[in-house]
Design a protein around this ligand. Sequence first.
Ligand code: TTP
Ligand code: MG
Length: 354
Amino acid sequence: MRTIFHVDMDSFFASCEILRRPELKNEPVIIGGKSERGVVSTANYKAREFGVKSAMSIVRAKELCPEGVYLPPDMKYYKSLSLKIMNILNGFADKFEPISIDEAYLDVTDKLDNISPMILAAKIKKEIYNQTKLTCSIGIAHNKSIAKIASDFEKPNGVTYVKYDEARDFLKDMPIRKISGVGKVTEQQLINLGIKLIGDLASKDRQWVIEKLGKSSLRLWLIANALESSDVAPRESSESYSTEKTFDEDIDDKDLIFEYFKKMCRRVSNELKEDKYLAKTISIKIRYDDFETITRAKTLPFHFNDYKTIFDETLFLFDENYDVSRKIRLVGVKCSNLQQSVEKQTKITDFFDL
Ligand code: TTP
Ligand code: MG
């Protein structure tokens, strides 16, 4: 039997904003598009009391909660916090699968020799809180789909442990849309067949479900019956470190472009080192004066975060690919295919052994 954690940060973008503006702590905070035509990305729990939700128009949110504090999203800032959190989570897992900016699956089966899942969850929450002052919710189950539903069960700042023999009971009275991947269309199809609750689906014959809803619905039937068993797919972080420079005037002076690259590579290298990451892939972007944009990438046979490697490879890619007859408007450098540096891995393992 495996033990899977699903970790999801609480009202993530809003919590990040409150972190740097503590005076907003008791206010309804809504993160949304920059214009009145935008939609709500997220709202803190205080704002949710007014009925404000993700994907609602800002106009509607303002009707429901005129006294709310409305802020534009700052993805760069959220991403930097996300990286820190993913780094912490990765250190606690045998297998780690980041899913979005604020959630990840951890297979912790082999970490539980001397510790219960609830204690491990508390340790993870404490470490995230100590390093970021942010809270998360954790779902624990024998598979990914139930762990995900469980992390949502006692939000915010909750832990829900669904034991194997309680799993079907836990699911049975929940609406089918709680299953990840059931959108409006599938929900309506299921309702048309008289299936409203997860338990309704679970009690159907497997063959009947395939006949009525097609082969792909087998996944839903397995989830409803607590039988889903997909692996936590170990993935390297999908995040990247990058920087771009738009020149004040379009240029074709190679030496000058090199000088810009130097600065940019030093900056990317410093950021990687600061966050204790190593990259394996380097990419450059070139935008010409007519806005045509090319990107070229190279994956090296080793990991790196040093300035020299980044700069050498950037120049190599640039020399190989740029068209000398054209003027350049923008250049960019990106390091991706990240993994934690050994220094960081050791640190997290040490913490875990305490
Ligand atoms: P979620 O984890 O779905 O939401 P959340 O973290 O804000 O709140 P919860 O406590 O319920 O988990 O999404 C993570 C972030 O992704 C969220 O903070 C903002 C962003 N997001 C959008 O930009 N648009 C959306 O429609 C959703 C759902 C999320
Ligand atoms: Mg969240």
